[in-house]
Design a protein around this ligand. Structure first.
Ligand SMILES: Nc1ncnc2c1ncn2[C@@H]1O[C@H](COP(=O)(O)OP(=O)(O)OP(=O)(O)O)[C@@H](O)[C@H]1O
Ligand SMILES: O=C(O)CCCC[C@@H]1SC[C@@H]2NC(=O)N[C@@H]21
Length: 301
């Protein structure tokens, strides 16, 4: 390991000033020094006192000690080196029918914020990964079977039943200033490693919340219809999974190998298998998505 890195604490007062004023995007903001998981913490707060969290709420942690990913996997970040936050929204009954788009739209907001503030070329890996494109020198040290893209963050979207109806908790983790030896997996990267050395986490938080507020407004105007709002196309445009040969691990040990073609109206992934049959997979039913090498010229799509 290298020398310990001295990292600035999040400036809670700056965040409150920028995000919590009457015309601001948030109704409630908690900045905490340490959380096990901001998703768990926000879900508990929503359950405890839903009325105090009406509108859009956010918990952001300077240090997250027990971050969670999908399917019980862990999300690990050193103190103050990453952005670890969760945002709560209250989906309408109509929104709940297209709930599969929530993590994808959250990812789209994150991609926009990364491009605007870190100047990196960012994209999504369906269903929940944030990538920096071309971050690896060779395919061998990138995400498995994924060209030279590396993972810089992820989204964990959870529905929380409360006395005031279901709330959605959208957790976002972004590696900001980690050095290479502070990353838990070799296929990961941080914004600093990708070239954005002096990025303030506050700047990134504000860009992220602003991008999400804009997407939420468009979503609501279109009655929660991702296709009619044009947001489905915008997600697909940044989704690096489409057009790629993938190996999708399913619960129970099954596997689907084929070419990712598009996202359907519910945000599910449509894969054409090597027999030419299209199969649709929901994010909640997928354990992992990995790149798959072409199986041979005769079998390519
Ligand atoms: N700070 C981090 N940066 C990058 N990757 C991380 C970090 N912390 C944990 N991980 C990796 O991310 C995984 C959690 O992400 P997730 O649950 O999305 O799995 P995944 O391997 O990315 O699967 P999928 O392909 O389905 O997205 C962990 O198992 C670990 O490998
Ligand atoms: O890649 C993934 O699986 C998603 C990782 C999501 C991590 C974020 S960090 C903030 C929020 N709190 C958590 O415990 N997880 C999410």
């Amino acid at each position: 390991m290298g020398e310990p890195v001295d990292r600035p604490a999040l400036r809670a007062s700056a965040l409150r000033e920028l995000l919590l004023h009457p015309a601001g995007p948030l109704g409630r903001l908690e900045v905490v020094e340490r959380a096990e998981s901001t998703n768990t913490e926000l879900a508990a707060a929503l359950t405890r006192e839903p009325d105090a969290w009406r509108g859009v709420g956010m918990v952001v942690a300077d240090h997250q000690a027990g971050g969670r990913g999908r399917a019980g996997r862990s999300w690990q970040t050193p103190p103050r080196a990453a952005l670890t936050l969760s945002i709560s929204v209250w989906p309408t009954a109509q929104d709940q029918r297209s709930i599969g788009w929530l993590p994808l739209l959250t990812g789209l907001g994150a991609v926009r914020a990364l491009r605007a503030t870190a100047g990196v070329d960012a994209g999504l890996k369906w269903p929940n990964d944030l990538l920096v494109l071309g971050a690896a020198a060779t395919e061998g040290d990138a995400l498995d079977g994924w060209g030279t893209d590396r993972k810089v963050g992820g989204v964990l979207s959870e529905l929380v039943p409360t006395a005031a109806g279901p709330a959605a908790v959208l957790g976002i983790g972004i590696n900001v200033s980690q050095t290479a030896d502070e990353l838990p997996v070799p296929s990961a990267t941080s914004l600093a490693l990708a070239g954005a050395k002096d990025l303030d986490r506050e700047v990134l938080v504000v860009a992220l919340v602003t991008a999400l507020a804009e997407l939420k407004a468009r979503w609501s105007t279109a009655g929660g219809d991702a296709v009619a709002s044009g947001l489905a196309d915008e997600v697909q445009a940044v989704c690096r999974t489409l057009g790629r040969r993938v190996r999708v691990a399913l619960p129970g040990g099954g596997e689907l190998v084929g070419t990712a073609r598009r996202l359907d109206g519910a945000g599910a992934l449509v894969v054409r298998d090597d027999a030419g049959t299209e199969r649709t997979v929901l994010a909640g039913d997928v354990l992992h998505v990995r790149g798959a090498e072409p199986v041979g010229p005769g079998q390519r799509p």
